[in-house]
Design a protein around this ligand. Structure first.
Ligand code: UDP
Length: 370
């Protein structure tokens, strides 16, 4: 069968596109080089615990339409992300809030916290933050930057904080209330039963075929694609054979183990913010779903520079890479029947809700099949 659309990548972007296009009457062939669907939101069940194999995913959004959309495919629990940070022998709440400030400085009121931060920021004389370091320092001052940001960020990105874009740190709220919610969004939760089931339901349509273990480079050699539209969600530089050079990504190595204890760390996410601990954080998966299983599964995350053969997770959106990405975008614009989407196709540090929004916006421009 020759499908109307070939969708390269069975992750969230590809699955939403396939689902929407099928609803509009198109046939879709979804291929993925992995042996499973769901891309990086894939969860696998280990003794009753849904393990986020490619890193923790917490759904959060303020986009009501996206929330209603995703709720068609799963029921969400009431999980609120409240990570804890370990710095040496000290324990702090994240994101940066009155609990963090009280612990850091032994103070109690927002006024006291603001005064301390203001004092530290004034000494630095930063007016227009030009990079992550300046942005972080001007938001929370030197103590928090040094203990909770610098080491973690440099491990996570393998680069000096002064070389990273400011927007990365703006992902985290900074608030002067005793509120440990990591996100400011209106809707938040974890899908009961895991993310893989969401993608399964999206792809469960007679008009959608899924072929796993299939690489696009091989597929295009053996299939005539001239009559179909292509939605490509892999790395944009890979699509063009790295002809203009390679974009940089960060990869993560997960060391996952099942432990014979009921509760290992008492929280789903614990960050290790000092430089000398080699991993950035430990995820204890059961706590995303308030699990009561007799054992637990934890994943230590080791951040590393991406190279061929590793999984790309985070685009490195510094100026040099952005410029190269724009050059690839120019090439992409000349491809008549191909559109690019998702974190890798658009080289953007997208959250899941933004991926869904982009997929809905894209498919909305396509008329229903006559
Ligand atoms: N960050 C930090 N300290 C922390 C947690 C995060 O400095 O304890 C910074 C770091 O630069 C990181 C960014 O905030 O890259 C965004 O963190 P987020 O938790 O949003 O990253 P993700 O969950 O996408 O890996």
């Amino acid at each position: 069968m020759q499908a109307d659309y070939l969708i390269v990548g069975a992750g969230l972007y590809g699955a939403v596109c396939a689902h929407e296009l099928a609803e509009k009457g198109y046939t879709c062939m979804v291929i993925d080089r992995r042996d499973h669907i769901a891309g990086n939101i894939y969860t696998e069940n280990i003794h009753g615990i849904n393990v986020h194999r490619y890193g923790a995913h917490i759904f959060h959004t303020s986009d009501r339409e996206v929330w209603q959309y995703i709720c068609q495919f799963a029921e969400f629990n009431q999980y609120i992300n409240s990570p804890v940070a370990f710095y040496q022998d000290e324990v702090y709440n994240l994101p940066f809030n009155m609990n963090t400030f009280a612990k850091m400085w032994g103070i109690r009121t927002p006024e006291e916290a603001k005064r301390i931060i203001r004092g530290q920021v004034e000494q630095l004389g930063i007016t227009e933050p030009r990079n992550l370091e300046e942005q972080a320092l001007s938001l929370v001052g030197t103590d928090i930057y040094r203990k909770l940001i610098k080491g973690y960020t440099e491990k996570q990105w393998g680069r000096d904080c002064s070389e990273l874009p400011a927007f990365i740190i703006k992902r985290l709220p900074c608030r002067f209330t005793y509120d440990n919610n990591y996100f400011n969004d209106r809707y938040q939760g974890i899908p009961i039963g895991g993310y893989t089931a969401i993608v399964e339901r999206m792809l469960n349509d007679g008009r959608i075929q899924v072929q796993l273990g299939t690489d696009y480079a091989d597929y295009r050699k053996t299939h005539d694609l001239s009559g179909c539209q292509i939605i490509y969600t892999g790395c944009i530089d890979e699509y063009f054979g790295y002809s203009l050079g390679t974009l940089q990504y960060r990869s993560v190595r997960f060391e996952t183990e099942e432990l014979p204890v009921e509760n290992y760390q008492g929280n789903a996410v614990v960050n290790y913010t000092e430089r000398s601990v080699p991993y950035t954080r430990i995820i204890e998966h059961k706590h995303f779903e308030f699990g009561t299983q007799p054992t637990t599964v934890i994943s230590r995350e080791y951040s590393q520079e991406w190279s061929l053969g590793l999984e790309p997770y985070y685009p490195v959106n510094d100026e040099r890479n952005q410029e190269l990405f724009r050059a690839y975008e120019q090439l992409a614009g000349k491809e008549k029947n191909v559109s690019f989407g998702g974190r890798l196709g658009n080289y953007r540090y997208y959250d899941m809700d933004k991926v869904i929004r982009a997929a809905l916006d894209y498919t909305e421009t396509i008329a229903s099949r006559k």
